[in-house]
Every structure is written in C-alpha cells, then in structure tokens.
Write a protein that binds this ligand. Structure first.
Ligand code: SF4
Ligand code: SF4
Length: 149
C-alpha cells in the first residue's frame, strides 16, 4: 500500500508522544545498558597471544602492541595501548581477536581533563582475575574441542 511506511512512522511517533515520560536521574541513577553496548575496551592479558590481528584490523591504526619472544620462541605480550581518541568504536578489533582477549566494557564515562589521559594502556592497567588464567586458545580450537566432547 502506498504510504504504508509513513503511517507506520507516524504511529511510532504518536505512541512515544503519549506514553509516560521518564527522566533518568543520572549520575545518581545508573543507566541499564544493553549487553552489546560498546563502552571502553579491556584486555584479558593472559589470553592475548600477541598475534596482532586486532591492530591489523583497526581502520584508524589505534592499537599499538609490543611483544617479545620467550625461551620457547613463542610471542609474549609486553605492551598494549589503544589511542581511544581516534577510535571509531567500530568493534573490528574485538571481532578479529581469536582468543576473546579483547572485549568491550560498559564504561561510557570516558571524558578526561587532559587529552592524553583518554588513551588506554591495557597492559599496565590489567588487574589479574582467576577467570583469565585459562590458557589462551584460538576460537577455532575452542569450537573443535567443544564438538569433540
Ligand atoms: S573499535 Fe575500531 S577504531 Fe576502535 S580500536 Fe577497535 S578497530 Fe580500531
Ligand atoms: S587479536 Fe586478541 S590475541 Fe591477538 S594481539 Fe589482539 S588482543 Fe591479543
């Protein structure tokens, strides 16, 4: 039917116009954010294999990774910085991470007094958690082992 989209749009506008108005008393009341909310970034350091896929997938070159080789010639993460001032919050880096080491948080209060404080040092600011101590495994291997069990 011609104009169906217009009627649908207007009906949504009218519905919101007449419904009860809610004013959230932020910051006393904290907002309930959806599960997929993109706030700040966090890194589970023990799960990071320093593969660099996150940095390579970033369209704005925000991620700087430092690593070294251990005694078994395996890469070990020694630094991880995100220039959040350039970040598009596109999520490519989180999607690219094969071990789910890089994740979004719901922290949306990212303003700082000084510009340089906006950027994140995810390696130095990491706080150890027992859940993060599980060995890092690429996601594909996780799926294969789940199917086998
Ligand atoms: S969210 Fe996008 S722009 Fe921001 S660090 Fe990740 S890939 Fe880069
Ligand atoms: S993609 Fe994941 S595992 Fe690889 S360097 Fe980035 S955070 Fe670490």
């Amino acid at each position: 039917m011609y104009g169906q989209g217009l009627i649908k749009g207007l009906s949504i506008t009218l519905k919101h116009f007449f419904e009860r108005k809610i004013t959230q008393q932020y910051p006393e009341e904290r907002p309930v954010l959806p599960d997929r909310f993109k706030g700040s970034l966090t890194l589970k350091v023990p799960k990071c294999i320093a593969c660099g896929l996150c940095a390579n997938s970033c369209p704005n070159n925000c991620i700087k990774i430092e690593s070294e080789k251990d005694e078994n010639n395996k890469k070990r993460l020694t630094g991880y910085k995100v220039m959040l001032e350039r970040c598009l919050f596109c999520g490519f880096c989180v999607e690219a991470c094969p071990t789910k080491a890089l994740l979004w948080t719901k922290d949306f209060e990212l303003t700082k007094y000084f510009r340089e404080d906006v950027n994140l040092d995810l390696f130095s600011s990491y706080v150890p958690s027992p859940d993060d101590e599980k060995p890092a495994k690429p996601a594909k291997e996780d799926e294969e082992s789940a199917q086998a069990s």
